[in-house]
Design a binder for this molecule. Structure first.
Ligand SMILES: NC(=O)c1ccc[n+]([C@@H]2O[C@H](COP(=O)([O-])OP(=O)(O)OC[C@H]3O[C@@H](n4cnc5c(N)ncnc54)[C@H](O)[C@@H]3O)[C@@H](O)[C@H]2O)c1
Length: 281
């Protein structure tokens, strides 16, 4: 356990802005009061779909905090929670860092080649927080990455219906109804994987960033009629030894594409940010 001082700790309140009021942004906003202590307050909501921010405001205790633009949100908070599904997420986060805001990033996949954004954060004296998401072992992978890593394999298993509208499956004319036992749909590197299976991008990017070993990361994607939930199994072999973890994820009720554990890991990351206590590496 390590204590990491917060740059804003001397302020009486740290103002949180929620960028994207969908499933994750809403769950996080609702939990700030109960999980993050008296120092934390939500002061800004922004979503390109105004119905989303209006709906969220009805369900939280903070009032009159809907902003008309992203710029307004940036002017009204110290910490931005990025939870958008936008094509320009990278630029949105960049703008927050330029405005010297700390940022919790959910759309990790947009930062798989994100060296320059992390350098910018360092230059601006602000922090980028990346939750571990729907996987286990990120703490150990970070520690292991200080020495040689030989290989990393992520095996994602999903029920058949999870691939019903996947372009890769359709292009290859894979007949999902013919699959009777565990079948590997994809086996390749992370760059190909994020193109063919964009839904997997956040998990793959989180491992790639934590390990600093993107080129050693192999992604396997499998399905079977026997799979009832989405699971992620990670194997890492390196100088430290060998690690194997597996999560079997329940989905978030508000968005079946999001795992509950991903939302909980974001809330926990914020809790540690506000408490100045970080458990794990
Ligand atoms: N890190 C992880 O483990 C993890 C897990 C699940 C999802 N995610 C990512 O988190 C993000 C949010 O997921 P979600 O389930 O809440 O999605 P969601 O679709 O429920 O909500 C996204 C919201 O963003 C809004 N939005 C889109 N573009 C915007 C813009 N330019 N400005 C403001 N608002 C905008 C949408 O209107 C929507 O309300 C996605 O990028 C998703 O890939 C990450």
């Amino acid at each position: 356990m390590s204590l990491s001082p917060l740059k804003n700790q001397t302020k009486s309140k740290i103002r949180v802005g929620i960028l994207g009021c969908g499933a994750i942004g809403s769950r996080i906003a609702k939990s700030i009061k109960t999980e993050c202590g008296p120092q934390a307050t939500v002061t800004a909501l922004f979503d390109i779909n105004p119905a989303k921010s209006e709906n969220l405001q009805k369900h939280i205790l903070y009032k009159n905090i809907i902003k008309k633009s992203y710029q307004d949100l940036l002017s009204s908070c110290d910490l931005v929670v990025e939870a958008v599904n936008a094509p320009d997420t990278y630029q949105l986060v960049r703008r927050a860092l330029l405005a010297k805001k700390d940022v919790l990033v959910m759309s990790v996949g947009k930062f798989i080649e994100g060296e320059s954004i992390f350098k910018l954060a360092q230059k601006q004296g602000v922090r980028v927080l990346i939750p571990s998401g729907a996987i286990a072992g990120i703490d150990a992978i970070k520690a292991a990455s200080l020495q040689r890593i030989d290989r990393i394999t992520l095996t994602t298993r999903k029920p058949i219906y999870g691939f019903a509208d996947n372009a890769f499956v359709q292009e290859r004319r894979i007949n999902l109804s013919q699959i009777k036992k565990e079948t590997i749909l994809f086996d390749g590197n992370v760059r190909e994987a994020v193109k063919c299976f964009p839904q997997n991008i956040n998990v793959a990017a989180t491992i790639a960033l934590a390990s600093n070993s993107k080129d050693k990361l192999r992604i396997r994607i499998a399905t079977s009629p026997e799979f009832k939930v989405n699971s992620h199994e990670i194997e890492v072999v390196g100088e430290f030894g060998r690690l194997v973890t597996k999560t079997e994820n329940v989905v978030c009720q508000d968005n079946p594409k999001t795992s509950l554990l991903a939302v909980l890991s974001a809330i926990r990351t914020l809790k540690e940010y506000f408490q100045g206590v970080k458990i794990g590496t």
